[in-house]
Design a protein around this ligand. Structure first.
Ligand code: XMP
Length: 513
């Protein structure tokens, strides 16, 4: 059974927005794959892609080292859309001319376009787009017509309607391009003939059927963390084969307050899953004793996680499959590098390959995070779990500066719970992307009642971000910060000072360790 009958290829030339293009195409309900620009024409033909999008990229097309596509691609008869560098590449490859401009065109740029052309169809003739380029198309190739211009650029867009080749100098995938989604839809539906069949509801039903067929009467094991990815992956398998799935939930004791119980309640009680909760706090804390270096903490927690998991798995006897919550950004090929990009240190809970399974099941391998969330909603996972903020694998261990003790854990859990309660009560859940408390390891002098104190400092961290690679500190209303601060001082023992972190990333990171 093929879940994606219609698929579009995005050729990655190393542009910073390549993944964003892919997400936008998926938002148009068209399945797409992001692959290296090195992909050969015969492989593209074999895969049966209905369209090809060339991404942007940092190079100049006329440099010798610039990434080029296989020229045979232009003879496949597949509609092609070139974006920014991809537009210039198309122009140059087909006999046009690309030149360096005196000035860089950057940011919001008004363009004039021809709404009777295919890409701009039904759009406005004057509109704002997002540009970021120095080179420009100085001469269009034979067969092409200019379909948009701007003050600084003679060829903002061009098309050869006969061969179905389209080029845009601006970035339709960026929000600042007012009608960008319309242009993408025009290309996907009207040039490529896609029918918007990629929907999460059908993904869920089809995946369940496919898993049922693949697993048969065999058994599956899954490491459940309570995070979105592993929860959705496990639930898909559960829907397919029910109690043939066993989930192991390793509670390392470094979770947020009451979190372990919540995970258990949802998956064992609500979904009636075979769930084994391993309360391993003691094991983890013993191994972490005396350790204060952040990377060593991460390493120890990662290793111990695997050991605990293996110990439990052994007790269960023979299990044929291992289910993992790998998602598309974890596996996607990089644009100009040769190696596949794998999540770096963020993979605590990644399991070794040689644990003796017949096969690995990764039902979310093709999905972006927002699609995983939609699938979760389809499956009836509670909204608060589906929209849960990211939580690092090593948990609170990297939010307690220095050595971890049970005492410190308790202080941090209580302070963090107050922060979360107040953010929720103020209706700010969707306005901040990650928020937590940090036990800073700093002690300072305070005065409480009649006496002086010398106690802990809690830092509050709240950020807004779309990709967690860069982030800004959230402008939380002062009265919310005030309430959180008062409650922490009054309700959490051994804290006499609360500070708010006003650093963006970069230069700081989101976590403190
Ligand atoms: P930083 O602190 O690097 O965090 O700005 C970026 C995002 O990654 C999360 N993070 C981790 N997640 N294991 C994880 O699973 C880790 O070791 C880890 N360190 C940071 C962090 O919470 C933020 O969402």
């Amino acid at each position: 059974m093929d879940i994606k009958r219609e698929s579009v290829l995005i050729m990655d030339f190393g542009g910073q927005y390549s993944q964003l293009i892919a997400r936008r195409v998926r938002e148009c309900n068209v399945y797409c794959e992001l692959r290296s620009y090195k992909l050969k024409a015969d492989e593209i033909k074999k895969a049966g892609y209905m369209g090809i999008i060339f991404s942007g990229g940092p190079n100049s097309t006329y440099e010798d080292s610039a990434p080029k596509c296989d020229p045979e691609i232009f003879r496949l008869g597949i509609p092609i859309l070139g974006i920014c560098y991809g537009a210039q590449l198309m122009a140059q490859a087909l006999g046009g001319k690309v030149e360096k401009s005196e000035t860089r065109e950057y940011g919001k740029t008004e363009i004039e376009c021809n709404p009777s052309s295919l890409v701009f169809h039904a759009g406005r003739s004057k509109t704002v787009t997002w540009m970021s380029h120095t080179d420009y198309i100085a001469k269009v190739p034979h067969g092409f017509k200019v379909t948009a211009i701007s003050e600084g650029c003679p060829v903002v867009a061009m098309e050869d309607i006969k061969r179905k080749f389209f080029a845009l100098q601006f970035h339709p995938e960026v929000n600042h391009t007012e009608q960008g989604m319309l242009y993408l839809r025009n290309y996907l539906y009207n040039a490529c003939g896609c029918t918007a069949e990629w929907k999460m509801s059908s993904f869920v039903t089809d995946t369940i059927a496919r898993l049922r067929e693949m697993i048969g009467d065999k058994k599956v094991l899954c490491a459940l963390s309570g995070g979105v990815d592993s929860s959705v992956a496990a639930l898909l398998v559960h829907r397919a084969v029910g109690k043939q799935l066993t989930c192991i939930f390793v509670d390392h004791g470094l979770l947020r307050k009451d979190e372990g119980d919540e995970v258990e309640a949802v998956f064992r009680k609500q979904f009636d899953m075979n769930l084994i909760r391993v309360n391993a706090q003691e094991r983890f804390l013993t191994r972490l004793q005396g350790v204060s270096d952040p990377e060593t903490k991460r390493k120890i927690i990662g290793e111990e996680f695997i050991r605990v998991f293996e110990d439990e798995a052994k007790k269960l006897g023979r299990i044929e499959f291992l289910c993992q919550g790998t998602i598309y950004p974890d596996v996607v090929e990089s644009g100009t590098g040769d190696a596949a990009v794998i999540k770096s240190h963020h993979n605590v809970g990644g399991l070794p390959e040689d644990v003796g399974f017949e096969g690995i099941i990764e039902p979310l391998r093709d999905l972006f995070k927002d699609e995983v969330r939609k699938a979760g909603i389809e499956l009836g996972i509670p909204e608060n779990l589906v929209w849960r903020q990211p939580f690092p694998g090593p948990g609170l261990a990297i939010r307690i500066m220095g050595e971890i003790t049970e005492d410190k854990l308790e202080i941090l859990k209580d302070a963090d719970a107050i922060l979360r309660e107040e953010i929720k009560a103020s209706g700010l859940l969707r306005d901040v992307d990650q928020y937590f408390a940090v036990l800073t390891g700093i002690k300072s002098v305070g005065v409480m009642g009649d006496g002086r104190t010398y106690d802990n400092t809690i830092a509050l961290r709240a950020v807004t971000t779309s990709d967690f690679m860069t982030a800004d500190w959230a402008r939380l209303p002062y009265d919310v910060i005030e309430r959180i601060s008062n409650r922490i001082i009054n309700e959490v023992r051994n804290v006499n000072r609360v500070v708010y972190d006003v650093t963006s990333k970069p230069p700081a990171t989101i976590e403190w360790e």
